[in-house]
Design a protein around this ligand. Structure first.
Ligand code: TMP
Length: 254
């Protein structure tokens, strides 16, 4: 197939021009990075799993009325999405202390939080995505107060949906990150969930064993990332039908 024009390449995904104006094709790579790309690896099959899982979560969100950029999955690694103007924020929702919050506050990982806590990081790799207060966001014009109110409402709906879905398959949603995009419908601007929702951007712990089923497996060298993501996909009934492994014998995924 003739290659489409590349619009943007990030650490884990590539965006290509879509078939119609206002659409893009989002391609999921097998690349994994951590600590602002200080640690890198190629993890065979990760892109295929994340494409499926992001489709699953975004479709579920749409079914409860949360707007997302997802239109349809095109193939193993690509999905058609709406083109948005990404708000340059990582919107992080936490239900239990972990990761950078646990470190910052000296809390034991897994400590339940009194309520979901939302925080924002400014999306800038060169700066290491620094945590920013709402005041910065408004003062620098990345989003208005009204946008932030809408973003918080969206993030909490995503949290409730994701927590419930994961709980149903024996997984605790510890925290996650989403990104929000703007779309225009005539003069009217709307905020929708964009980017991806996958084990790359969530902390998912097995409720019984506490096992990590997310990118911490890679960040912390805890074992096979593909096995962890496959476990999540299996429990959710979202299995790729045919993962193609490069340079290796065909491998059945059951
Ligand atoms: P943190 O505890 O490292 O701040 O991460 C909080 C959540 O955000 C966790 O679910 C992982 C996710 N995350 C990303 O998706 N991208 C990132 O660049 C970082 C730092 C975290």
């Amino acid at each position: 197939m003739a290659r489409r024009k590349k619009i943007y390449e990030g650490k884990a995904k590539i965006l290509y021009e879509g078939p119609e104006p206002g659409t893009l094709v989002q391609y999921f790579k097998d690349d994994a990075t951590a600590f602002n790309a200080e640690k890198k690896a190629t993890i065979e099959g990760k892109g295929v799993l994340n494409n499926r899982l992001s489709e699953f979560f975004m479709t579920g969100l749409a079914s409860i009325g949360v707007p997302t950029h997802f239109i349809k999955r095109l193939n193993m690694r690509e999905q058609l999405i709406r083109q948005v103007e990404i708000i340059p924020l990582e919107v992080i929702v936490r239900n239990f202390a972990a990761g950078s919050m646990a470190k910052r506050l000296g809390l034991e990982e897994g400590t339940p939080l009194p309520r979901p806590i939302i925080e924002f990081s400014y999306k800038d790799d060169a700066l290491g995505d620094p945590l920013v207060p709402e005041e910065y966001i408004i003062a620098f014009g990345w989003a208005s107060q009204q946008d932030l109110d809408d973003i918080v409402a969206l993030a909490l709906r995503v949290n409730d949906f994701m927590s419930g879905v994961m709980h149903g398959v024996g997984i605790k949603l510890v925290d996650f990150k989403i990104e929000i995009g703007r779309i225009w419908e005539g003069d009217y601007m709307r905020l929708i969930v964009a980017d991806e929702i996958s084990p790359d951007s969530c902390r998912l712990w097995d409720i019984e064993t506490g096992a990590h089923l997310d990118k911490d497996v890679f960040r912390r060298d805890l074992g096979s990332l593909t096995d962890a993501y496959t476990e999540v996909a299996k429990r959710l009934g979202v299995m790729p039908t045919n993962v193609t492994h490069t340079g290796a014998k065909p491998k059945l995924i059951n």
